[in-house]
Design a binder for this molecule. Structure first.
Ligand code: PGA
Length: 250
């Protein structure tokens, strides 16, 4: 049975005190969401520690939104996977389209980050997805395939077993425009097929999340699809009530 996951990507939102309040709200309502759904929140680096403390015993896991390519040393401004893991983070988002688009992350960068994450027992949530131009040109399958082949195919079977994938069409992120449940299922099934070509039956154990303007009103339909195992939630994760409602949407 694949893990059901609802992960909140807070991005560069919330001040430390606001983040703690949001985490308290998530903790307070966690019991309303089935235990069978793994709930994860990914706050900014500055409040990982306080959010982790707030969520102790609340059955909510915490992830970082990124990690450095290098292990340690003279890399001003960077935050290492080891630092994140030492705080008690379980997950790390890697390859989010905003990092690819605004900070020039490539498969080469992401291969290094993946390695650092696994060295520190962090479970990566690896993001893939096409932009609008690629979708309109009918290139979404090949774009997503390349993003997987160039990075995920370098993992060992043991590492792959820890990986979560998030399919996030760039044209749906923060735009209010969601992929239809059919569009999501079509590409999720394709991603699983690509994974199966390399990892065999283990592909059936990999959780593939949908992301992009997912909200309480559309989550139920999207999550009802066979190959959609949950969501990576941006905007709607900033309100505990909405975030938890998405968790209840399965
Ligand atoms: P959104 O963001 O839910 O605000 O569209 C999703 C994401 O980028 O992870």
């Amino acid at each position: 049975m694949r893990k059901k996951i609802v992960a909140g990507n807070w991005k560069m939102n919330t001040l430390p005190t606001e983040g703690v309040e949001l985490a308290k709200g998530v903790a307070a309502g966690r019991a309303e969401v089935c235990d069978c759904v793994n709930i994860i929140v990914c706050p900014p680096f500055t409040h990982l520690q306080s959010v982790i403390e707030t969520l102790k015993g609340a059955n909510v896991a915490v992830g970082a939104q990124d990690c450095a390519t290098e292990s340690k040393g003279a890399y001003t401004g960077e935050v290492s996977a080891q630092m994140i893991a030492a705080l008690g983070c379980e997950y790390v988002i890697l390859g989010h389209s905003e990092r690819r688009q605004y900070y020039g992350e490539t498969s080469e960068t992401l291969n290094k980050k993946m390695e650092r994450a696994f060295e520190n027992n962090l479970k990566p949530i690896y993001c893939v997805g096409e932009n609008l131009e690629e979708r309109e040109a009918g290139r979404h399958f090949e774009v997503v395939k390349a993003q997987i082949e160039e990075v995920v195919f370098n993992l060992t079977a043991e590492q792959f077993a820890q990986l979560v994938i998030a399919y996030e069409p760039v044209w749906a992120i923060g735009t209010g425009k969601t992929a239809t449940a059919e569009q999501a299922e079509e590409i999720h099934a394709y991603i699983r097929e690509v994974l199966r070509s390399k990892f065999g039956a283990a592909a059936d154990e990999c959780s593939i999340l949908y992301g992009g303007s997912c909200k309480p009103s559309n989550a139920g339909e999207i999550f009802s699809k066979e190959n959609v195992d949950g969501g990576l939630i941006g905007g709607a994760a900033l309100k505990a009530e909405d975030f938890l409602a998405i968790g209840k949407a399965f």
